[in-house]
Design a binder for this molecule. Structure first.
Ligand code: AOF
Ligand code: ZN
Length: 373
């Protein structure tokens, strides 16, 4: 039941490597794990991607030992991956040490009894204060009862998502576009507005193997049911199409789109007369969508920001300048009147993807423009 001298240094290391999942795992927790054999580190792992293997599994793949030190209580139920408690037992681990109990109703407080029943010693609460920031966005995700929303765009160095003629093929390079396919495979829904659908006619499927059990939903915000029955999205039957429209939309057009395989849902309006972002998110949450990728133009993105519904931005920045006062930008709408009112990220980081920069920002709950602005 008691801690050992090596537990704290190993936990410090687990906390450090857990942070490498930042921007990749939300709203899942950032989790790091270290495997010890007779006090020596033989394996390390972290939760690398939403839907991907958990930290303990990655660490045990690197090396087998007698003790696993992990930042979070291991999961004991089957999620997107099999339960870690079971994997720890099968790996012959004798002691499991963790910092924080899992705050989720599914897994919280269940591991201790399960591990002890298998004869495994459990130590809880090691460096819990230091590990707490790893759960910041996870706790937020658990409390908000709507999907985690990632707004993604590709822009030029001068902040344009297309030319003055709205030509957007291509702003970013091939590697960045590849990264977007990967991101699509790590979200349960991909969202666009009908404007983007008509202009670009995207397929919106992940062209890479997904980490998730099912295909993502493709969701179109379309208040006037302008979606063309000939749109490319209907040529792929593997990812369902959901069209979110308003109560008064044309019944005949709905029938045509249904015949093409779409599910049409009728919802209320937001302040600007479009389909309510909050209502769409509520409906998608009800169908099990936990993480959503918004690939819209600036108008719909502005509606999401105005609804306080953007948790993360993934922006690819290409080293080129398009210019043009009328060229489209990622977030339109009214915007703030004073720079001091701009929505500030709580965390952000950058990586190089091919020629482009990938910027990831995580946002506290907040709106653009601020309420009444
Ligand atoms: C662990 N180790 O590395 C993580 C855990 O979305 P899923 O199916 O991957 O499951 C996520 C749930 O598992 C999450 O809600 C949390 O309870 C736990 N996360 N658990 O043992 C990990 N990421
Ligand atoms: Zn797990």
């Amino acid at each position: 039941m008691s801690g050992r001298a090596g537990d704290s240094p190993a936990m410090r290391r687990a906390i450090e490597i857990a942070q490498r999942g930042a921007g990749e795992v939300e709203p899942n927790p950032r989790v790091g794990a270290v495997v010890l054999k007779k006090g020596k580190v033989v394996g390390e792992g972290f939760h690398e991607a939403y839907g991907g293997p958990h930290a303990e599994i990655g660490a045990l793949r690197k090396g087998k030992g007698d003790t696993v030190v992990v930042t979070l209580e291991p999961c004991s139920t089957e999620g997107k991956t099999p339960p870690c408690v079971e994997a720890l037992r099968r790996a012959g681990v004798r002691r499991v040490v963790w910092a924080l109990d899992d705050p989720s109703p599914a897994n919280g407080g269940k591991a201790k009894a399960a591990l002890e029943a298998a004869g495994i010693e459990v130590v809880r609460g090691v460096l819990s204060k230091e590990a707490e920031p790893l759960l910041r966005w996870f706790r937020r995700g658990l409390s908000m009862e709507r999907p985690w929303v990632i707004a993604k765009w590709a822009m030029t160095l001068d902040g344009k998502i297309g030319s003055r003629d709205r030509d957007a093929k291509w702003v970013s390079g091939e590697e960045a576009r590849e990264a977007v396919h990967q991101l699509r495979g790590r979200c349960e829904a991909i969202v666009v507005g009908v404007g983007t659908l008509l202009a670009d006619d995207p397929l919106l499927t992940p062209r890479r193997k997904s980490l998730l059990p099912g295909p993502p939903l493709r969701v179109v915000f379309d208040s006037g049911l302008r979606t063309s029955p000939e749109a490319k999205i209907f040529s792929d039957k593997t990812c369902p199409v959901v069209i979110a429209t308003l109560a008064g939309a044309d019944a005949e057009r709905e029938k045509v789109l249904r015949e093409r395989g779409a599910e049409v849902i009728r919802l209320g309006t937001d302040a600007s007369g479009g389909v309510s972002v909050a209502e769409v998110l509520k409906a998608l949450w009800g169908s099990g969508v936990r993480r959503l990728l918004l690939e819209s133009g600036g108008k719909l993105a502005a509606s999401f920001f105005a609804a306080g519904a953007v948790d993360q931005v993934v922006a690819f920045v290409a080293p080129k300048v398009a210019g043009g006062a009328s060229a489209p930008t990622p977030v339109e709408g009214t915007g703030v009147s004073k720079m001091g009112e701009a929505l500030a990220a709580a965390e952000w980081f950058s990586t190089k993807v091919g020629e482009d920069l990938r910027l990831t920002a995580l946002f506290p709950e907040g709106t653009v423009p601020p309420a009444g602005g």
